[in-house]
Design a protein around this ligand. Structure first.
Ligand code: NAP
Length: 310
């Protein structure tokens, strides 16, 4: 089978995929013409990451699917010209990277590592941290990434609660859902990890009211999306001591402006949207498998629910 693929992403991404993608397609038995300039009328599939050059999908009348290189699809899901099926990226590389970022930052706060990194300055204070089983961690969002992070934390012994839209059953994790579920999940969140998508419903999940539900001095880790937190409410709760620290990987405006208060805040750690990256090799395999499925009449994997927005 032979297909024509438009690779539509930021300019610097093509170099990373120009060899991996054909190799992965070839391994699936798919012959492909792939380039960043494929004319719309000839395009069977679009491999897509947000970029200003492609915002109108209407001319792509023969295109069978848009395959996102990103897990989060908020910039494209509401595009009225996009009538083709949209698949998001579910990639082992993303999952592993996110799990490592979450576990690392949970461990930092669980063990109170900053005290020792910054130095006790001669104070022989032998206060020990609790065991993981006595540390309550909440993960908001139990999808591919939140589910994997929650599972990893539970396997280390943490007392993990998770929250999602629909009911879930994850070994070692107390799974909650719905509005009441969020309340309970936050009440036990000594460390709270946000791995929700950016949708109308999830915007400002952490706001003045919900931040107040968390145990005093709680830590927030946000590798999900910037809009999940009301920034002003976060700053106020850091000021009051209700929240002890926030480690933020994602922001309402990216790159985070140099003058932004978050950079200098003593109780905020900024990581510049590096929690989990799509890895070209494994992502190419995901894309290739989906194209093979589509070409052989099987349902596409990782379809975005356009109504739910993720
Ligand atoms: P996913 O598989 O779609 O999972 C999303 C989870 O959020 C699901 O458990 C879903 O519930 C839950 N959810 C959605 N709306 C909700 C609501 N209104 N109330 C309660 N729960 C809700 O997504 P994923 O692959 O895990 O990725 C999660 C997010 O991580 C992405 O959307 C993206 O924003 C972010 N991300 C960040 C980076 C980074 O480098 N920082 C990298 C990749 C992704 P159900 O299970 O009931 O559907």
């Amino acid at each position: 089978m032979t297909v024509n693929i438009l690779f539509s992403a930021q300019d610097d991404l093509w170099g990373a995929y120009k060899d991996e993608l054909p190799a992965a397609l070839s391994a699936q038995g798919v012959t492909a013409q792939i380039n960043p300039d494929m004319p719309a009328a000839q395009t069977d599939y679009i491999v897509y990451a947000p970029n200003p050059a492609l915002t109108n999908f209407a001319p792509f009348t023969r295109t069978k699917a848009v395959l996102s290189l990103w897990a989060g699809v908020e910039t494209i899901v509401g595009n009225a010209t996009l009538t083709q099926p949209l698949c998001r990226m579910v990639d082992e590389g993303l999952e592993l990277g996110m799990t490592e970022w979450v576990v690392g930052h949970v461990m930092r706060h669980h063990l109170g590592m900053d005290r020792y990194i910054h130095g006790l300055k001669g104070l022989w204070d032998q206060t020990t941290p609790p065991l993981a089983r006595d540390r309550r961690v909440t993960v908001l969002g139990l999808g591919m990434l939140g589910g994997a992070a929650a599972t990893a934390l539970a396997s280390l012994g943490f007392n993990v609660t998770g929250w999602s839209r629909s009911p879930k059953d994850i070994k070692g994790v107390t799974c909650l859902h719905g509005v009441n579920g969020l309340k309970h999940a936050l009440q036990s969140a000594e460390i709270c990890v946000l791995l929700l998508p950016n949708t109308i419903e999830t915007e400002n999940t952490l706001n003045a009211e919900t931040l107040a539900l968390m145990p005093r001095g709680a830590v927030i880790l946000n590798p999900g999306r910037g809009v999940l937190i009301d920034d002003s409410a976060l700053l106020a709760s850091l000021e009051s001591g209700q929240i002890g620290h926030a480690t933020l990987d994602v922001f309402r405006i990216e790159p985070l402006p140099e003058t932004h208060v978050f950079w200098q805040h003593p109780n905020i750690t900024v990581t510049p949207h590096i929690a989990a990256d799509t890895r070209p090799k494994s992502a190419s395999q995901v894309i290739a498998e989906n194209i093979k499925r589509s070409e052989t009449g099987q349902p596409l994997l990782h379809l975005v629910d356009r109504t739910a927005g993720y």
